[in-house]
Design a binder for this molecule. Structure first.
Ligand code: C2E
Ligand code: CA
Ligand code: CA
Length: 550
């Protein structure tokens, strides 16, 4: 590269029958070609003609940054100059040859340079495959393999897997820059290494960007103390920012579990600490075990269950506080499981939301409700409106209003009997899409309801901007303080505010006589809750409305 024409010709004559040659005239072009990794075996650099201010050094400096990727460099020197040769080698060239070029010397050195670099590459590839190049700890793959080996070779010992997961690491990165983020990870790695300095049988590694794992013999007190110490030291890494970490432990009781699932469980424990703000170290326990096995069961069985009609609509009445009469209901899903009994939504809805199946269940519920209303009309029962729940995923389907339209056409029922409950937090995620969907649903005549108002970032704006008919306020989202009055003041302010926007409000989660009285006092008319009725099978609801008792 960077050849004068005489050198170019000589190189061509001597090398072109053995190598494919590519000549470039400038350093910029050379660096840009080298971006194409893996194309070149070596660089011949003829750019050291001006002794002190040579382009060649800039080039060497430039490519040095990319430690593992660049091919070896052989410098072509005009004449032997010991100071210059030392500088060239120190700057990163692997070898040099002198002019006039000698074919045998040139070919030999070039061959050796390429061979040496291949060995280096194999070594560095091995290193990259095994270790995390940033912290020098085991990478995820190695951590899993080595831990598995260790557990099986020491099956008499009881081990535990501990996870240290840095909280809000991406915020740290964006606040202090990626370089500082890298430094933080290295410091955490050092703390872990230090903490395990006296443990003879153990493994540790970085298994995801900001997640570290340790596996060591289990001693509940010792490991708890060790993790708390690491956490404390992590907190003290900076004095202008508190770096927090969540930690979880999985105790390995049996080896027939896969290694991936053991680490997964340890991470679950760490996540539990993250989401539930538990101070200490969380140990994966039988409750979590049960949750994990429930998740697996639900995942395996949900499709069959839907096809077999195992999901049922339960209806919870909505009651008028003035008249005591039922004026509508909310449809809530129950899974009538052949062996596990009646499963509540909390055991399956969060899993469906995670795996996407919720949109199938939603549609099933909507259609079931249409069928119920159709049947009532056919049997001469005056229908009470029924509201259905719409999950976030269904809401992001731009065709969802068409789906509702198609349903009422198919069953030939008026849209006014169907309410659609959308949880408040969904409104802000895709405001434009939401606005269109709600507008369309309202145009079609459905009752649009904002569910769980007050649970998230409630704002007057949300109420003003979206076309909403009814707001549902859940008592359980009111602040649970000793000072009951506070909760009541907030509630009455919310009701008043909603009312002033000409939106109706329904208070749900009403459990006591006292709550009912208070609601009446503040001018609230519609309520739903265990005090009036739990969600009941459709047949039971029908009896209630037919006999008009609440
Ligand atoms: P949600 O939409 O807020 O439904 C109200 C929940 O509060 C229901 O729980 C209901 O049984 C419960 N509840 C009613 N009155 C009281 C009370 O007085 N006290 C207390 N503590 N709770 C009361 P459920 O049936 O367990 O449903 C839980 C959640 O699961 C629902 O919350 C809803 O978000 C979701 N869900 C239920 N069915 C469906 C469905 O078909 N589709 C979708 N997407 N979500 C559903
Ligand atoms: Ca609801
Ligand atoms: Ca609700």
């Amino acid at each position: 590269m960077e050849s004068n024409s005489d050198i170019k010709r000589q190189l061509s004559d001597m090398l072109s029958n053995r190598y494919e040659l590519d000549f470039v005239d400038t350093i910029e072009e050379a660096t840009s070609r080298l971006m194409k990794k893996g194309v070149y075996s070596a660089v011949l650099l003829d750019a050291f003609r001006e002794k002190d201010n040579s382009d060649g050094f800039d080039f060497l400096n430039e490519i040095k940054r990319d430690v593992y990727a660049h091919p070896p460099v052989m410098a072509i020197m005009e004449e032997y100059d010991s100071r210059m040769s030392r500088r060239v080698i120190a700057a990163g060239a692997e070898e040099f040859v002198l002019c006039p070029l000698d074919e045998i010397v040139l070919c030999n050195r070039l061959k050796n340079v390429i061979a040496r670099s291949n060995i280096f590459n194999i070594d560095s590839t091995r290193y990259i495959l095994k270790y995390d190049t940033l912290t020098g700890l085991f990478n995820r793959h190695t951590m899993f393999m080595e831990t598995n080996k260790m557990l099986h070779n020491n099956s008499d010992n009881r081990f535990c897997i501990a996870i240290i997961d840095l909280k809000r690491f991406s915020l740290y990165n964006s606040t202090f820059g990626e370089h500082e983020g890298d430094l933080l990870l290295c410091k955490v790695a050092d703390l872990i290494k230090y903490s395990l300095r006296n443990t003879s049988i153990c493994t540790y590694g970085r298994i995801a960007a900001d997640v570290f794992a340790l596996c060591l013999p289990y001693d509940k007190e010792a490991i708890t103390e060790q993790l708390l110490m690491i956490k404390k030291n992590i907190k003290n890494i900076r004095n202008d920012y508190i770096v927090e970490a969540s930690t979880g432990i999985y105790v390995v009781y049996k080896l027939n579990d896969t290694i991936e699932s053991m680490f997964y469980k340890a991470r679950k424990a760490a996540n539990k600490q993250k989401t539930e703000f538990i101070e200490d170290v969380v140990i994966y326990d039988c409750v979590m075990e049960e949750m994990a096995s429930n998740e697996q069961l639900v995942n395996n069985e949900m499709k069959r269950a839907l096809e077999d009609g195992q999901f049922a609509v339960y209806l919870q009445p909505k009651v008028s506080l003035n008249t005591g009469k039922i004026y509508g209901a909310e449809a809530l899903a129950r899974w009538i499981h052949p062996t596990r009994g009646i499963l509540q939504p909390s055991t399956f809805i969060p899993i469906f939301e995670k795996n996407g199946f919720i949109s199938k269940l939603d549609f099933y519920m909507w259609e079931s409700v249409c069928k119920i209303i159709k049947r009532w009309i056919e049997n001469g029962i005056e229908p009470t409106p029924i509201s259905v729940n719409m999950s976030r995923i269904s809401l992001y389907n731009p065709n969802v209003s068409d789906m509702f339209e198609a349903l009422i056409q198919k069953y030939d029922i008026p849209s006014k009997y169907i309410g659609i409950e959308i949880t408040e937090s969904a409104y802000m995620d895709h405001p434009e899409l939401m606005k269109n969907t709600l507008h369309r649903l309202k145009q079609l005549g459905f009752i649009v309801m904002m569910d769980d108002f007050g649970s998230g970032y409630s704002s007057l704006n949300t109420l003003k901007e979206f076309d909403i008919d009814v707001v549902k306020i859940d008592m359980k989202f009111l602040p649970q303080t000793d000072n009951k009055e506070k909760g009541q003041i907030i509630l009455s302010a919310m009701v008043e505010m909603v009312d002033s926007l000409k939106i109706e409000s329904v208070i749900e989660g009403v459990e006591t006589e006292e709550q009912k009285k208070y609601l009446k006092d503040i001018g609230c008319n519609m309520a739903q809750g265990y005090y009036f009725s739990r969600p009941v099978p459709v047949a039971e609801y029908e009896k209630k409305i037919l006999y008009k008792c609440s």
